[in-house]
Every structure is written in C-alpha cells, then in structure tokens.
Design a binder for this molecule. Sequence first.
Ligand SMILES: [Zn+2]
Length: 191
Amino acid sequence: MDQKRAIKLLTDSNALLTGHFMLASGNHSERYIQCALLLSRPDLAVEFLQDIADHFKGDSIDIVAAPAVGGIIVSYEVGRFLGKRTIFLERENGIMSLRRGFGIKEGEKVLIVEDVITTGSSVLEVRDAVLGKGGHVIAFASLVNRSAGRFKPGLPYYFCIDMDIPIYNPDDCPLCQKGTPVVKPGSKGLV
Ligand SMILES: [Zn+2]
C-alpha cells in the first residue's frame, strides 16, 4: 500500500494524532494511533482491508482468523473480499480459545489478521490455538505494524503500513524539554 495514502487515511479518520502524548506505559510520544477510529470509517478503512485481501488473493486459504476485539472487523472484511470463512478467538480463563461454535478442521489453512501488531503476543496465541486444532497457519497480516521489526513469526507477515513511532522516557523527552503540554489520550493498551 502506498505509505503516503495510508498516512492520509489514518489522519483523515483521526486514527493518527500528532502532538505530545502520555501513553498507558507512562512514556511519551509525539504520535498516537487508535486503529478503532480508522475502522469507524468504513469508507476510508476499505482501502486497507482491500490491500490485505489483494495481497493474499489466489493463495490457498480456508479461514481468516483474528484475536478479539481489535482483529474482528479486519478478519470479517478480509474474509469477505476473499470469499472465505472468518472467525475470531478470545481469551477464556486467560487462554486464547475458539468459542461461539467456531471450529477449525484438521488441515485447514488459516490466515491470521489483526488491526495493530505491537509485540504480536495475541496473534501468536491465535497461532498456537490454530495449531492445537490441527490447522495450518499460512501467514499473518495487520493494518499497522508497530513492532519496529521485532515481530518475526517465521512465516510471511504482510502489513499495510509500518509505524515506528519513537517513545520517550518523560525524563528524556524532547517535547517536554520544549515545554509542550502533554495529553493523555485516555485509552489503554496501545503501547
Ligand atoms: Zn514528553
């Protein structure tokens, strides 16, 4: 996907903010991303979702799977474009599980998708659950890669945009040093 176009769509949907933010971790950053806001604008998000679907068109895939909650819409839309079944997994007693009657048959080929991959822990838990059912994971995909190159699952990984956003310790933050007021976006779990 064209990176300038991706930035414009994220900005137009208010998913990408520029300023001086305090993250849930307590660290500071000059950019903040909330993918749910991109997905709240189907007219803009469609280009990301179509981009992922186009990348995997023609590949042998039976199921598009995602971790809840962030990946559910991504999975549904990519599956819709590819004409494949879509499911999501959610934690039950801390274990990423298939619920709600969702199933994976032995040998089925699974594409795992997510909105943002930072550490990749959720999609790797989905991978383990798929393997536990006898499924084959063929690849990973996300709208945004926030892993700064650290997510290397040993399988193909496709993302629409790589957002390597610098994070500062408040004691060493150039924005603090400039005296810019810091804003708390008020959502946890983004860093
Ligand atoms: Zn700061």
